[in-house]
Design a protein around this ligand. Structure first.
Ligand SMILES: Nc1ncnc2c1ncn2[C@@H]1O[C@H](COP(=O)(O)OP(=O)(O)OP(=O)(O)O)[C@@H](O)[C@H]1O
Length: 253
């Protein structure tokens, strides 16, 4: 059984078909790439999977359960987390507080508990602190826990975003252009980092990425979109040499 399966998901914006009949299948622990020229429909596909958009047509299945059209926070609770193309941190907050806040999606105590600060609530808070610190250690940011997040260099802000996503205990992590804005050294490190988090957290990863070295270096299978249509799907070597893929990329240059 696939962890995630989309069945012909389609998204139309008035006259424009941003994604047409997209079938994606992701198994446990796979690292999958979603690539294509600008405007190909990649982010729209993410938005359909994560509940930002309800597909005009087609279904999204997570562990064989139909999750089409659920709200983003419900999708998160099922175990799908994401990062965004434009980093969305709480810039004024510390690195640690950014992760703590993300954890609160999982908090069990009710409002009463948090206002009265019941022992149950305080215990949960302590657990969240410990879990957040462990996550920061996993992504190599524990030394920077008290730093304002906007002071971090770009590559580290991206890692912090990933730590925030991991705080919701996903089984599937969607990364929207994780290498964007990274220097060559950072993007090289990113490849090892992505494999590390897959192994450590036992998750599958679907990533949108324009940086071909990163895509080819880390993805086990790749889907290629062009004008909303899936023009190729397969192993990195085959994708790299696929004439349709080459043409799609050269066509926009
Ligand atoms: N909310 C929207 N309303 C109308 N059109 C939209 C909307 N969102 C996306 N589009 C259009 O759908 C198409 C696909 O956009 P999308 O952002 O999914 O592409 P992308 O592959 O993620 O591109 P990029 O690599 O540049 O981020 C584009 O033509 C875009 O202008």
């Amino acid at each position: 059984m696939a962890l995630l399966r989309t069945d012909k998901i389609t998204m139309q914006f008035s006259g424009l078909t941003a994604v047409l009949d997209l079938n994606i299948e992701i198994n446990d622990r796979e690292i999958i790439g979603l690539i294509g020229p600008n405007g190909a429909g990649k982010t729209t596909a993410f938005n359909m999977i994560t509940g930002v958009y309800k597909p005009t047509k087609g279904q999204v299945y997570y562990n064989d359960k139909d999750v089409t059209g659920l709200k983003p926070h419900e999708i998160t609770k099922f175990g799908i987390a994401r990062t965004f193309q434009n980093i969305r941190l709480f810039k004024e907050l510390t690195v640690l507080d950014n992760v703590i806040i993300a954890n609160h999606l999982r908090l069990k105590s009710n409002l009463f508990g948090s206002v009265v600060r019941t022992p149950g609530y305080r215990k949960e808070e302590q657990q969240i602190y410990e879990k957040s610190m462990a996550l920061l250690k996993d992504v190599g940011l524990d030394d920077l826990k008290d730093e304002k997040s906007s002071n971090l260099p770009y590559g580290k802000q991206r890692r912090l975003e990933i730590a925030r996503a991991l705080a919701t205990d996903p089984k599937l992590l969607l990364l929207d252009e994780p290498a964007a804005g990274m220097n060559p050294q950072e993007s090289h490190e990113l490849m090892g980092f992505i494999r590390e988090i897959r192994d450590k957290f036992d998750i599958a990863i679907l990533m949108i990425e324009h940086h071909m070295q990163v895509v080819m270096g880390v993805c086990e299978r790749i889907y290629v979109l062009d004008y909303g249509v899936t023009i190729a799907e397969g192993l990195p070597d085959a994708i790299q040499n696929d004439p349709k893929v080459i043409e799609a990329y050269l066509g926009v240059d």
